[in-house]
Write a protein that binds this ligand. Structure first.
Ligand SMILES: [Zn+2]
Length: 275
């Protein structure tokens, strides 16, 4: 029998067409900007826990910016540039600037999100900019919170089992270590609550998604202490939230998780204060 020539192979390949997935290149990693800094939290450690935990779980490259010292009033250098989010696929807000009340400044932060840039908001990002009049930041979040209780364990439970972020998550309930439960003054109609947390007599939404115009926004109010931020359950949740916000929650972007060596804090965790 005659051996097939290269020409025949090419013709055969053209007739059969592409085999699904056989030659699919790895998707381009998403570029995420993690913004942290300000009051009350161990950001030098937490920003590395997040970067390493997220990059181990998904095809996401996380670039971190920590600015603003430890003040809750800082207007950070990053946002002075109107093009501050240029080139990123998603921004992870993890800053703690609760006393910044300038609506023009907040509008500057929101501008790229209004144009469609996915947003992710962790813990004190939910309390940032809450001193401002109106609901500019809260309409983006999908929720207004104004305070939190004492740092004691939170019993988290799932309330939306069918949402893609939750569906592939490896847990449904979690009794955290000491953590801050953010209250709910208002949940906006654009928001969908995924998880609630109970702490004593209080019971609040702790994880939710929001439609900000056509922009996807994921938020969790959890993440005060390093022990929470470094927990696999937290990092799994946040990673899935990031991918969902980017509309890239798929097998091509999720990795098989490699173990990440633990990071240890070099300084004692700042006691919980009103951020
Ligand atoms: Zn906190």
């Amino acid at each position: 029998m005659k051996i097939l020539s290269l020409f025949h192979c090419l013709i055969l390949g053209w007739m059969l067409g592409p085999v699904p997935g056989a030659f699919a290149a790895d998707p381009r990693p998403l570029r995420a900007l993690l913004v942290c800094g300000g009051c009350c939290h161990d950001y030098p450690i937490q920003k590395d826990l997040l970067k390493r935990g997220i990059e181990a779980r998904a095809r996401i490259v996380v670039e971190t910016v920590q600015q603003g010292g430890t003040s809750k009033e800082s207007r950070i250098h990053l946002y002075e540039n109107p093009e501050w989010a240029k080139g990123y696929d998603v921004v992870i807000h993890d800053e703690c600037f609760g006393a910044v009340a300038d609506t023009n400044w907040i509008a500057r932060i929101l501008a790229p999100h209004q144009k469609g840039l996915p947003g992710v908001n962790l813990h004190c990002a939910v309390h940032s900019y809450r001193a401002a009049p109106g609901d500019l930041w809260q309409e983006y979040l999908g929720l207004r919170s104004m305070k939190h209780g004492k740092a004691t364990p939170i019993q988290i439970r799932t309330v939306d089992d069918r949402h893609p972020i939750i569906r592939g998550l490896g847990w449904r309930e979690w009794l955290t270590g000491n953590e801050e439960l953010y209250n709910n003054v208002q949940v906006f109609p654009t928001a969908t609550v995924l998880q609630r947390g109970a702490q004593g007599d209080d019971d609040c939404a702790v994880t939710w998604v929001n439609r900000y115009g056509s922009t996807r926004v994921f938020s969790t109010s959890l993440g005060h202490f390093n022990e929470t931020v470094g927990d696999d359950r937290y990092l799994d949740l946040v990673t899935r939230g990031i991918l969902w916000a980017c509309d890239r929650l798929d097998a091509g972007h999720l990795k098989t998780i490699a173990p990440v060596p633990p990071l240890r804090s070099t300084s004692p965790v700042t006691p919980a204060k009103k951020p």
